[in-house]
Design a protein around this ligand. Sequence first.
Ligand code: ADP
Ligand code: MG
Length: 582
Amino acid sequence: MNPFRWLWTYLRKHRFLLILAFFLVILFTILNLIPPYIAGVIVDRVIIGGEMEFFWRLIIAIVAATMVKSAARFLYRLTFERISQDVVYNVRMNIYQKLQELDFSFFDRTRTGDLMTRMSGDADAVRHFISWVAFSLVENIVIFLLSLAILFAINAQLALALLLWTPLIGFFALRLSVAVKPTFFAIREQLSRLNSVVQENISGNRVVKAFAREEHEITKFYRENDNYKQENLKAVQVWSKYLPLIDTASNGLTVVLLLVGGLMVMQERLTLGELVMFNNYLWTLSNPLRYLGWLINDLQRFVAGATKIINLLTEKPRIKNGENPRQKESLAGKVEFSDVSFTLEGHAILREISFTAHPGQTIALVGPTGAGKSTIVNLICRFYDCTTGEILIDGIPIKELDLAFLRANIAGAMQDIFLFSDTIEGNIAFGVPEASFDEVQQAARIAGAHEFITRMPEGYDTIVGERGVGLSGGQRQRIALARALIKDPAILILDDTTSSVDLETEHAIQKNLRSFYKQKTIFIIAHRISAVRNADLILVLKDGRIIEVGKHEELIAKNGYYSTVFKNQYGDFDAELMKEAK
Ligand SMILES: Nc1ncnc2c1ncn2[C@@H]1O[C@H](COP(=O)(O)OP(=O)(O)O)[C@@H](O)[C@H]1O
Ligand SMILES: [Mg+2]
């Protein structure tokens, strides 16, 4: 979509206010052109002609024009500022809503920093366009054309002589804007690089300290900081090269005026007052041309920023509801994979996966890192759609189910745990905000978290940082588990959820789940055989395929991959993978 047409969708509701504001802009520019004219009249009729009584009327006219002018300017600046704030508020709102709508694959291929820029720098370019660029363009064009008309009316020959000179100012101003543009671009790029160094350093400060790499980090920052300074200095160089040229060209107008105008006064083809008027109007010819370059740059910045925002806003989620999404009273939780394959950017990640999980069963997924275990559970949640084959839940193809309904009936504690900067209670109740404190405690008990939470000085009111700072890995895992359990879902997914929990606690959690969730389908992904040996069905995955399937005893009897891992007593699939690699 065209950036201007897009902007209009936000501006339309302010159209009457906008018309009024632009009217005030034009009023302001007209009033701005009155005092220079009057000054010339004073020279001719008061100073030279001696019409004293005329003088006071002219002075009052100047004061009145100035007062009305200031009021107009105040009003339209305020109006454009308010409209721009309102527009950018709505733009940010729409971007944020879009981010909620987009799916995993979008976030896989988009950098967080870029999305932050849509919200900050790009949105600001839109605000700046409304609050400054749009009216400045109108103001400058009107000033230039109107004053030119006045000058031609006073004396066409002199006006023409000045007009012939003006392209020179415009030429240098445009050259400056062209030359300065890449340096602005480089400054912005370098600033975002500088920011990402700082951001990474803060996020990774534990790693930096643990490896005593502070010096290295400082050197890295020094380099980027220095680059930033250099880029700014380059811009200043471009500036200082062109500004004197622009100034000289502007001052050239005075020379033309004195030469041509002076000559005309001597030949009595121009009055002294008219010469003063021309002199007073010189800025109205040079200023608009000087600003032209800046305004064009700002305009381009608006177009670039708006285009990026439009691209984001028109991004379509690949995962969405079908024609007539289906819902049921409740889900039993039967999950069927029938010949499911999944390819991501040309890489086959899952191949021909088939299995059935019945309500009440515990299904374990085991295998080395990268085997595709997490991908299987991502497909159940429809975070991605499978490439071929079909996934059915309670016999209904997953793509026909209402997406919100599907996800309401699945809960998982995913591999990379994220806790919000909120209280522990708030984090556990994230999916069920109306949950009572008893329910929160109950979920925490089953997840084996209640004990350590109550031992903390602030208990359930303890604030955990955005990454759960202050909690051990195992504690965070248990809070994430409680957050999943409180949803009381038909299908429960534990992706590596108890890997950092000690064996004894893990055992207790599993026993709790068994007794509280008799009717549910539970998927457990784990590395330790101890965590999966009681499962009703164990799927052994490798390179995206199921290589063995059965109960613990059956798999041991098969004497295959699973039993090798078990017999080596490591009980760990990654250890086996390492040995194979040797
Ligand atoms: N978002 C993604 N983009 C590209 N490749 C991915 C993505 N997620 C997973 N993969 C790849 O898919 C394969 C399986 O990953 P995953 O299911 O996470 O394995 P596991 O959970 O068994 O360790 C790996 O080779 C991994 O590199
Ligand atoms: Mg995984």
